[in-house]
Design a protein around this ligand. Structure first.
Ligand SMILES: CC(C)(COP(=O)(O)OP(=O)(O)OC[C@H]1O[C@@H](n2cnc3c(N)ncnc32)[C@H](O)[C@@H]1OP(=O)(O)O)[C@@H](O)C(=O)NCCC(=O)NCCS
Length: 225
């Protein structure tokens, strides 16, 4: 009985200490909206380059890393997470240039998002001693849902209201209102606004279901985050 009571008191103290640590960390971000939650423990490097909108939740055990210096390379990184977005536990987000996560985006557990890659050209040096390649930026459009264990890296724009299936690897742009799965992630469905339903597609995004083949309109093939 006494042990159980002591256990509960220690749990409360622990949870209060975690809240204080999370608040202290949020105070070091570039800017933070109202009602943001950072769950402790979490590893955050260089929070001064990170901006959170209102109502953002970042779950425990993650690692947010804004790289300013890598060997002799210098960067000015920007990580932006929009209003009401949710980042699941154990997510790893690494930015050298820019990662922009839109509003109300849901990112499930154990995802990896990065705008950079380790070079491996020089075989006389370890991979860690090779330079960092930064091909562009990562953008994830409003309302998108990224499933568990997804990797997104390089120069990638995922459009609005997209769905990326669990365990997928996204290395190419996805148009607005599309579902993509696999390694590399390829489109399998898009929302048809004239039919008001999701329809199956081939990997180019052309509808291929009961209504027959209909090409993805050119404008829709460029995602806008
Ligand atoms: C992507 C997802 C939403 C698609 O759901 P859906 O619309 O019901 O899709 P369907 O079952 O009709 O699948 C469409 C096709 O994609 C394939 N597919 C679906 N999910 C896949 C995945 N994660 N990886 C590889 N292929 C997948 C299906 O096998 C099917 O292929 P087929 O047309 O050749 O038969 C779902 O499969 C998924 O991965 N959800 C993520 C779950 C998750 O991570 N939740 C975390 C909690 S927030």
């Amino acid at each position: 009985m006494l042990i159980a009571l002591l256990g509960r008191i220690l749990q409360k103290i622990d949870s209060l200490a975690n809240k204080i640590k999370a608040h202290g960390m949020l105070a070091r971000f570039k800017s933070v909206g109202s009602e943001c939650h950072l769950e402790w423990p979490i590893k955050v490097h260089n929070p001064k380059w990170m901006t959170l909108g209102n109502g953002v939740t970042i779950s425990w055990n993650g690692w947010l890393y804004a790289i300013e210096q890598y060997g002799d390379q210098s960067f000015t990184p920007e990580l932006e997470i929009g209003d009401k977005s949710y980042i699941g536990n154990s997510c790893h987000i690494v930015v050298c240039n820019r990662i922009q996560i839109g509003k109300s985006v849901m990112i499930a557990d154990r995802c990896y998002i990065s705008d950079n890659l380790h070079e491996y050209e020089d075989v006389s040096r370890s991979i860690a001693e090779n330079p960092m390649r930064v091909p562009g930026e990562v953008r994830i459009g409003d309302h998108s849902w990224i499933g568990e264990n997804v990797c997104i890296y390089g120069n990638v724009t995922i459009g609005k209201h997209c769905v990326v299936g669990a365990n997928s690897v996204v290395m190419q742009d996805l148009p607005d209102y599309s579902v993509a799965v696999g390694m590399p992630a390829q489109i399998v469905k898009r929302y048809d606004f004239s039919e008001k339903r999701w329809r199956k597609t081939n990997k180019s995004g052309d509808f291929i279901d009961d209504l027959g083949l209909q090409k993805l309109p050119r404008a829709a093939s460029h995602a806008s985050a």
